[in-house]
Ligand binder design. Structure first.
Ligand SMILES: Nc1ncnc2c1ncn2[C@@H]1O[C@H](COP(=O)(O)OP(=O)(O)OP(=O)(O)O)[C@@H](O)[C@H]1O
Ligand SMILES: [Mg+2]
Length: 229
């Protein structure tokens, strides 16, 4: 196996229960660099839980998740947060921007957390807000902007640190089809330009059409088309 095709992320038999609810009940998948993978499935099937486990935000009850050959559960909390900061970008499904910070400061935050000085961090943040066509709201706080604008700010924040894996949980859910396509083009460009992998949850076939393949989650079990075909 060459370095280019080695999996970035490899999940095996991942289980996570919330009380009596099995949110994930044996999920398997492989994600490689440069891939855009759509995670689809009914509401409540475990898609967000799967993304949170893959990104090291939620710790599974059992199963393995390896990132570039390293088992996430074997890392300390500190190592896992450092990894999230350096290698992952995340667009959350709900309430993700820090309400006290301006949009510009929100987008600059991942860079600031990894030690970039304020000026260069804000310069890069401004470029991403420009790319997402929300430069005009950079000085506003999240409470003063629309849901769709907030979603684009969140996408800018996920991409600003040049991550190796972008996790996006319904990143176009609050957008009209024109802006949804813009966001999808930016995500797929990131995958093409930087070799990042993009793992995105969507309900929309139109959005999934941008992906290289689909992973279907049903009752907490995932079916990965790479493994089936
Ligand atoms: N923090 C939590 N505490 C308790 N139950 C939870 C929690 N998070 C998720 N669940 C439950 O786990 C199951 C999977 O939830 P999850 O959010 O992963 O679904 P989803 O596929 O993302 O759904 P949607 O498409 O509606 O966003 C659901 O039954 C949900 O109610
Ligand atoms: Mg969800």
């Amino acid at each position: 196996m060459t370095a280019a095709t080695e999996p970035l992320l490899l999940a095996t038999a991942v289980r996570k229960a919330y009380g009596p609810t099995a949110a994930l009940d044996g999920a398997d998948l492989t994600i490689r660099a440069g891939e855009v993978v759509a995670v689809m499935g009914p509401s409540g099937s475990g898609k967000s839980t799967l993304l949170h486990c893959l990104a090291g935000i939620v710790r599974p009850d059992s199963g393995e998740i390896q990132y570039r050959g390293r088992e996430l559960s074997a890392m300390s909390d500190g190592e896992r947060s450092a990894l999230r900061r350096s290698d992952f970008g995340f667009v959350f499904q709900f309430g993700q921007l820090v309400p006290e910070l301006t949009c510009l400061e929100n987008v600059a935050m991942p860079l600031r957390l990894s030690g970039t000085k304020r000026r260069p961090a804000e310069r890069q943040a401004a470029e991403w807000l420009e790319r997402l066509e929300v430069a005009d709201i950079s000085g506003k706080r999240p409470g003063e902007i629309s849901g769709g604008q907030g979603q684009r700010v969140a996408v800018a924040r996920a991409l600003v640190g040049d991550p190796r894996v972008v996790f996006a949980d319904e990143p176009t859910g609050a957008l009209d089809s024109f802006n949804g396509e813009r966001v999808m083009r930016l995500l797929t460009d990131a995958a093409n330009d930087t070799g990042a992998a993009v793992v995105l949850v969507t309900h929309e076939a139109r959005v999934a059409a941008y992906s290289d393949r689909e992973i279907v989650v049903r009752d907490g079990k995932s079916r990965d088309t790479e493994r089936v075909s």
